[in-house]
Unconditional design. Structure first.
Ligand SMILES: Nc1ncnc2c1ncn2[C@@H]1O[C@H](COP(=O)(O)OP(=O)(O)OP(=O)(O)O)[C@@H](O)[C@H]1O
Length: 672
């Protein structure tokens, strides 16, 4: 439902509700609430009887939706409404007084809301009311529908048994996984492949470098092998939430299959089969996004033409997209989700992968799963991982050892993920052979110096190398000593830019994306590395902020501005997509922002040799453990952390982002 807050006029409501809405308006003017929330409360009041409690519940529901929650939990509403918004009692008092009667228990709120004609209590007669009450959760209908669809589809898929030939699976797994894990214990990668073959849905989760792509490449080989004569007809689709992640997935899978081809020999023409798979696509393009609408070309009535769908970076997939994806996937197709459950959830509402993986750490495997895994892979799941998990837990495997992400950066990520601020501090202060640096308390000048030239002890750090390469122009030898002409030069510049990035936790202020981009531009201009002439200039890195079907660029794509070789005086923006480079005339790009500094959120799915993360001077609800963990895990070789106020880091590590959602409960409910 779309409401224009400027044109919407409510019908008259009772005096108490009007008094409450006046308070809401004042807080909106103050910038504490978004405009949409008051408009939504008025809209709900206009289509049925109103009450100040209902209006306030609507304001909160809308605010929480804007912060990524899919519902309002009535228990929390009764207990600590101010806490829901991260407000102190003072800011909240006015609203609370205006609301009048304030039920002290979730159940009482349920009774109050269930009596409203705008609310459908699940189980009652449904009149398509805009609000839905499911147990003690209040939803916008759209999110309730999406959550229910996801839970039903996921349970159904996980429960759909496949009956692979166990001896054959075992034979192939032994061939595909040559070495036992160095650290001993079960080979979780092998287990993941076996488990995936057991149902129509599997999740492989793990931190960076734990081998998710390595494993899924072997799973594909196994699927080709199991298809026998029909292997050439197996329709496999690869997808990811962003173009960049999709390109990376395809590249890694091709590389892994190529490496496997010789090992499996002529028994399986892996190179040929891989070549037939086609490119990886963004989820938007796979589902057939239609500009200007939320609907997709593919849905239950027009399902995707696939047998196996692999989705990488699944932590970035929001609730609505996951529901659309599951709706469009034919029931007999296999879905494999890959992702790191501990990363930041999607920008939009939902924390789907986190919810789906809530038992991944513990395992919670049944004895039946243990037996199946033993027979199909020869692997013994230790008893510590036995439990009473639901059907999806049986189809989920967490990879636990990182091959490329060890050392001090890995130790820091582990400490942060475990919420252990003291251990994180020890790692940051300890001897890390220069891999880690912690600048605290930091000044903005520290960030600017890093942007210019990296750390003092670093050769060729910061943004200087790529800007110098631009200044040298094509025709010069690249890093490898080869002259690649215009194309080679563009690739070289893009590659060099990818080596370094500054990530921020917030958008606004001195320590946010906006303030830092401006200051960095100034610094680079002062050093003679860029020449700003208006908005567009040579060397400007940009991030696309909105999908644009006309130019084929999508939200989150990052490009570099370079001279147009065909038209002197014109600029083009070059985007790298795996092995390919695309370019668009700069003036055709409408929704972009400078990207020397970008948010941690937008950096998901990317890695940089040297990642610099900047925390702001003041914490807040968004500066939590998942954000810090996601920032650290973007670093391949060096990680530098800047904190103007070190306490913000410690508070962030202690805080978890909990998004309200009913998905976990629904997943475990046999009646869904
Ligand atoms: N069992 C293994 N034996 C040997 N090498 C492995 C194994 N598992 C993974 N690797 C190697 O470790 C590296 C990381 O693996 P991979 O890229 O699959 O991890 P990932 O979990 O997909 O990482 P990311 O989340 O960063 O994309 C790769 O070079 C891969 O070839």
């Amino acid at each position: 439902m779309t409401i224009d807050p400027h044109t919407f006029r409510p019908t008259p409501a009772d005096a108490a509700t009007l008094a409450l809405l006046a308070q809401v308006d004042a807080l909106t003017e103050d910038g504490q609430l978004r405009r949409l929330s008051a408009a939504f409360a008025r809209f709900i009041g206009s289509i049925g009887g109103g009450s100040p409690q209902l209006a306030l519940a609507c304001v909160l529901l809308s605010e929480l939706e804007g912060r990524g929650h899919s519902c309002l939990e009535l228990d929390a509403l009764a207990r600590d409404p101010a806490g829901l918004l991260g407000w102190g009692e003072d800011s909240w008092r006015g609203l609370r007084e205006a609301a009048g009667v304030w039920p002290k228990r979730g159940a009482a709120w349920r009774t109050l809301l269930a009596a409203c004609e705008q609310v459908w209590a699940v189980g009652d007669l449904d009149f398509e009311q805009p609000l839905v009450l499911d147990g003690e959760r209040l939803y916008l209908r759209r999110y309730w529908r999406d959550e229910t669809l996801v839970a039903q589809a996921v349970r159904g898929r996980a429960l759909t048994p496949r009956q692979p030939d166990l001896a054959e699976v075992r034979r192939w797994l032994d061939l595909l996984f040559e070495h036992a894990p160095r650290e001993g214990g079960p080979d979780w990668q092998k287990i993941a492949c076996a488990v995936a073959l057991h149902g129509n849905m599997a999740i492989i989760t793990g931190g960076p470098g734990t081998g998710k792509t390595y494993t899924v490449a072997r799973l594909l080989a196994l699927l080709f092998a199991s298809a026998g004569e029909g292997s050439g007809r197996l329709r496999i689709a690869l997808a990811a939430p962003t173009g960049k992640a999709a390109a990376r997935l395809k590249q890694s899978i091709d590389h892994a299959l190529d490496g496997l081809a010789d090992r499996v020999g002529p028994a399986l023409p892996l190179r040929e089969l891989a070549a037939r798979m086609g490119a990886a696509r963004t989820l938007h393009s796979l589902l057939g996004a239609r500009p200007g609408t939320r609907a997709f070309q593919h849905h239950a009535g027009n399902p995707l033409d696939v047998d196996v769908l692999i989705v990488d970076e699944a932590s970035m997939v929001h609730l609505e997209m996951m529901a659309a994806l599951l709706d469009a996937l034919p029931p007999q197709a296999m879905l494999v989700l890959l992702g790191d459950k501990d990363q930041l959830a999607s920008v939009e509402a939902g924390a789907v992968l986190g919810d789906l993986c809530h038992e991944a750490q513990a395992g919670a495997y049944s004895m039946e799963t243990l037996r199946y895994v033993q027979e199909s892979s020869g692997q013994t799941i230790p008893h510590a991982f036995v439990g009473a998990g639901g059907p999806l837990a049986q189809q989920t495997v967490m990879l636990r050892q990182s091959r490329r992400f060890s050392g001090p950066i890995g130790a820091l990520a582990l400490a942060v993920n475990a919420g252990d601020a003291a251990a994180a501090q020890d790692v940051l202060r300890g001897n890390s052979d220069g891999k880690l640096a912690w600048i605290a308390p930091a000044q903005q000048a520290d960030v600017l110096q890093l942007a210019l030239a990296g750390r003092a002890d670093e050769i060729g750090g910061g943004y200087r190398p790529y800007l110098r390469m631009i200044q040298s122009g094509p025709g010069q030898a690249d890093e490898s000593g080869q002259d690649g002409g215009q194309d080679g030069w563009v690739r070289g510049v893009l590659h060099s830019f990818e080596a370094f990035r500054i990530l921020c936790a917030v958008r606004e202020g001195e320590w946010g994306v906006a303030g830092l981009n401006e200051a960095i531009e100034h610094k680079l201009e002062g050093a003679g590395l860029i020449r700003k002439r208006g908005e567009w200039y040579v060397g400007r890195p940009v991030m696309v902020t909105r999908n644009d079907y006309a130019t084929g660029v999508f939200n989150g794509d990052i490009g570099l501005t370079l001279p147009d070789p065909a038209r002197p005086g014109y600029l083009r923006v070059y985007f790298s997509e795996g092995d390919k480079v695309r370019s668009v005339l700069a003036t055709r790009l409408r929704n972009v922002e400078t990207a020397f500094a970008m948010t941690v959120h937008k950096s998901q799915g990317s890695e940089f040799s040297h990642t610099v993360m900047v925390l702001p001077r003041e914490g807040g609800a968004v500066i939590a453990r998942e954000l810090v963990y996601t920032g650290i895990t973007r670093a391949r070789e060096l990680f530098t952390l800047l904190t103007p106020a070190p306490q913000v880091l410690l508070d962030a590590i202690a805080a978890r982002t909990q998004r309200a959602s009913g998905l976990r409960e629904l997943l475990d409910s046999p009646t869904v």
